[in-house]
Write a protein that binds this ligand. Structure first.
Ligand code: GTP
Ligand code: MG
Length: 318
C-alpha cells in the first residue's frame, strides 16, 4: 500500500503540500526533483516557498520515502551479479589487506590525521583505475571531488609515469571538481549520471567527505540537519557504486577521543552514519619516515589487520 503510494511520486508536485505555485518557487531555487526535496531541510523549503515548516517537513518526509524506493528499484534494474572490479593500490600488502584491491560496488573510507596519506591514496587510485585489468586497473575514468583544494596534477602526473601510463591521457581522464560548499559536493554526485556513462567513470573520489559538512553545520542545533544531508549524500554515492559498478573512495578526518585511554585515541568524524554507509573502513597513521600503517577496521569479508605502505616519489608502494 505504502509502496504503491510512493511509486506515484514522480514530480515535486506529487508531494503532499506542494502545489503548482510552490513547485515553481522550488524549481527557481534549483530544487527540481523529488530527490532534491529529499536532501533539503524543511526550514530551507519553508523559507524558499513560504509554506509552513510542518508542511515542508511532510513533503520532505514523503520525498525521502519515495527516493529510498527509487534506489531499490534502481538496484533491481541494474543487471544483477555484475562481477566486482578491483583497483590495485600500488602496494601488494595493501591489496592483500583489502582482498585484492579497492572494490567496486562499495564505498571505501580512509580516515587519519593530517598528512597521513589519504589524499595520496586517492591520487594513486585515480591513476591505477586507468590501468588495464591485468595490471590491476579497470580501464576507467575518475570523478574527483576536491573539497580542500589539494588536487595536484603534477603529483598525479609523476605517479602515472611511474606505472608506464601517458601522464596527459591520465589527467584527461580525471574529471576534477573543486567543491566549496556541501551543496556543490552533493549536486556533483546527483548530476553525475551522464558523465559516468559517457566517460566510463569507474572511480569516484571524495576528498574530503566531511570537511565542508563540518564547517557549514556548526553547533548542536545543526547536527541533525548535517547528518540528514550526509546520509542522503552517502546513499547517493552507494547507489552510483551499485548502478555503475564503480568504486567510491572517500577520505575522512579524525578527532581526538579522550574516552580511549589505551591505544590510538582517534575516532573518525561523521558518526554512525558513515560507519554504516562505508563498506570498507581503513585507518591510516604515520610511521617512520615515508612509512604509513594502514589498519583495516571494517570489511564485509576480510579479517581485521594491518599493513605498512610507503609514500615514495613514484607513489604508494610496499
Ligand atoms: P590532510 O588532507 O591534511 O588531512 O592529509 P592527507 O592524509 O590527505 O595527507 P596527504 O595524502 O596529502 O599526504 C601528505 C604526505 O604525503 C606528505 O607529508 C608527504 O609525506 C607525502 N607526499 C606528498 N606529496 C609527495 C610527493 O610528491 N613525493 C613524496 N615522496 N611524498 C609526497
Ligand atoms: Mg588530504
Amino acid at each position: 500500500m505504502a509502496k504503491d503510494k510512493d511509486k506515484s511520486i514522480k514530480d515535486i508536485e506529487d508531494l503532499p503540500g506542494i502545489g503548482s505555485a510552490t513547485a515553481e518557487k522550488l524549481r527557481e531555487a534549483g530544487i527540481d526533483t523529488v530527490e532534491k526535496v529529499a536532501t533539503s531541510s524543511p526550514h530551507d523549503i519553508s523559507d524558499l516557498t513560504g509554506i509552513s515548516v510542518e508542511a515542508a517537513k511532510k513533503a520532505v518526509d514523503a520525498a525521502k520515502q519515495a527516493t529510498t524506493i527509487e534506489y531499490e528499484t534502481g538496484e533491481e534494474a541494474y543487471e544483477k551479479r555484475k562481477s566486482l572490479g578491483r583497483i590495485t593500490t600500488g602496494s601488494k600488502g595493501f591489496d592483500e589487506l583489502l582482498g585484492g584491491g579497492v572494490e567496486t560496488n562499495g564505498i571505501t573510507e580512509v580516515y587519519g590525521r593530517f598528512a597521513s596519506g589519504k589524499t595520496q591514496i586517492g591520487f594513486q587510485l585515480s591513476v591505477n583505475v586507468q590501468l588495464p585489468q591485468e595490471k590491476g586497473g579497470l580501464e576507467g575514468a575518475v570523478l574527483f571531488i576536491d573539497t580542500e583544494g589539494t588536487f595536484r596534477p603534477e603529483r598525479i602526473s609523476a605517479m602515472a609515469k611511474a606505472v608506464g601510463l601517458d601522464p596527459n591521457k591520465v589527467l584527461q581522464n580525471i574529471f576534477a571538481v573543486r567543491a566549496s560548499t556541501t551543496e556543490q559536493q552533493i549536486l556533483t554526485i546527483e548530476r553525475a549520471d551522464k558523465l559516468i556513462v559517457e566517460k566510463n567513470i569507474k572511480l569516484i573520489v571524495v576528498d574530503s567527505l566531511m570537511a565542508l559538512f563540518r564547517s557549514e553545520f556548526v553547533g548542536r542545533g545543526a547536527l541533525g540537519e548535517r547528518q540528514q544531508k550526509l546520509n542522503q549524500h552517502l546513499h547517493k554515492l552507494q547507489s552510483m557504486a551499485d548502478k555503475y559498478n564503480l568504486a567510491v573512495y572517500v577520505t575522512n578526518q579524525v578527532m581526538d577521543n579522550p574516552a580511549i585511554l589505551f591505544g590510538d585515541p582517534t575516532t573518525p568524524v561523521g558518526g554512525n552514519i558513515i560507519a554504516h554507509a562505508a563498506t570498507t573502513r581503513l585507518y591510516i597513521r604515520k610511521g617512520k619516515e615515508d612509512k604509513r600503517i594502514v589498519r583495516l577496521v571494517d570489511s564485509p569479508n576480510m579479517p581485521e589487520g594491518e599493513c605498512v605502505i610507503k609514500i615514495t616519489p613514484e607513489g604508494i608502494r610496499d
